[in-house]
Design a protein around this ligand. Structure first.
Ligand code: F6R
Length: 366
């Protein structure tokens, strides 16, 4: 049932070209010029008149939510905020009938997320689900939604569900942008084609596996890791750190790269490796200077860069190259080496990667 892989987690990481294909299938139509999500086309007024989007989720799904909020603001121009479901439900939140509350949950059974949407519904919001498990409690409780359709996820650490969630959130932002005319036809077509191209890019990125396996043996000694990223990849840094701590039991923290000098830089020494997510983008120069700051303090750097970057490989200790991809889709590609790094370090430490201690696949109690 593991399809020849030693663990479900590795199988699920390698399934991502197919799971993303399934996630997109039938949703990009008209020769890649239109996004079609029934949850949106059945309720156009809700999205045209929406004053705000509030996304509620927990854990890895909360990281996908952070990326989603950025997509909604930049593509659909709707103010968006992200809440931990567990905080939202007890905060007496201001929710109005013009608000759209999006719940993201792989299992569709997370107790806090379920309670958050019940509250949002009571207060009149339109509630949209982004789930994997069909007919799960959250899928049933929402007004409508979009399934991520990535197939069953068995490994406790979420991998293909995360990339599926980000893919659906991208399609959602594009579909709302299309409806509200906040995105040009050309830009939409360009993004749709980039989405269609994702499975190929993921396949290519998975070729890093052997390289990452070798690299991982160097880092099993570490007790702490820092993950840095900016913009769309700040949530990637949080997610990379969460993957590592969940399955390898190494303490790891994710930070927006520029925050490093406001505190965490004090921790950096020879014993504390830093993973820097640094694809080529507008703020590339700034992240290069973060790498130099880590190096100047004796820290070792594993950098994730875009193929063709000539600067970072000169200064980082280890470089992992990903193919070029539009900035807002880069978290999907970046998550592949981050998942593989956590996986191999954990396996080399002898950890049970599919069933890490103290964790359950779905958290149905508070
Ligand atoms: C991390 C992980 C958890 C879940 C969280 C929410 O790898 O799997 O952090 O993301 O428990 O679960 P769902 O998405 O099922 O609501």
């Amino acid at each position: 049932e593991k399809g020849g892989y030693p663990h479900f987690m590795l199988k699920e990481i390698f399934e991502q070209p197919n799971s993303i294909y399934d996630c997109i299938r039938g949703r990009i139509v008209n020769n890649g010029t239109e996004i079609k999500l029934s949850g949106i086309t059945d309720h156009p007024d809700r999205f045209i008149n929406a004053s705000r989007i509030i996304i509620v989720a927990c854990g890895t799904s909360w990281h996908a939510a952070l990326i989603g909020a950025r997509l909604f603001e930049s593509i659909a121009r709707i103010p968006a905020q992200v809440e931990y479901a567990s905080e939202f439900r007890y905060s007496n939140p201001i929710v109005t009938p013009q608000d759209i509350v999006i719940a993201i949950s792989q299992s569709g059974e997370t107790a806090d997320t379920l309670a958050a949407i019940k509250l949002a519904k009571e207060r009149g919001a339109f509630v949209y689900g982004v789930c994997n498990v069909v007919s799960s409690s959250i899928a049933r409780e929402t007004d409508t939604g979009t399934y991520i359709h990535v197939g069953p996820e068995i490994g406790v650490a979420s991998t293909k569900a995360f990339t599926g969630q980000v893919t659906v959130l991208t399609m959602l932002a594009l579909a709302i942008g299309q409806l509200r005319c906040t995105i040009s036809k050309e830009k939409l077509t360009e993004m749709a084609h980039a989405l269609i191209n994702l499975p190929e890019l993921i396949k290519e990125t998975l070729k890093l596996n052997k390289n990452i396996e070798r690299l991982s043996s160097i880092f099993t000694y570490a007790h702490n890791f820092l993950y840095l990223g900016r913009g769309y990849n700040y949530p990637s840094a949080l997610e990379g750190a969460l993957k590592l701590k969940e399955i390898s039991y190494i303490h790891a923290e994710g930070y927006p790269a520029a925050e490093m000098k406001h505190g965490p830089i004090a921790l950096i020494d020879r014993e504390m490796p830093t993973v820097v997510i640094a694809p080529t983008d507008e703020l590339h120069e700034k992240i290069i200077s973060n790498i130099q700051q880590v190096k100047a303090r004796g820290g070792s750097v594993i950098a994730i860069v875009t193929r063709g970057d000539e600067t970072i490989p000169e200064i980082a200790d280890h470089t992992l190259e990903i193919p070029p991809v539009p900035e807002c889709l880069s978290p999907i590609i970046v998550s592949i080496p981050l998942q593989l790094l956590a996986y191999h370090i954990a396996v080399m430490k002898g950890c049970n990667v599919d069933m890490p201690r103290n964790l359950a696949k779905s958290v149905t109690v508070e």
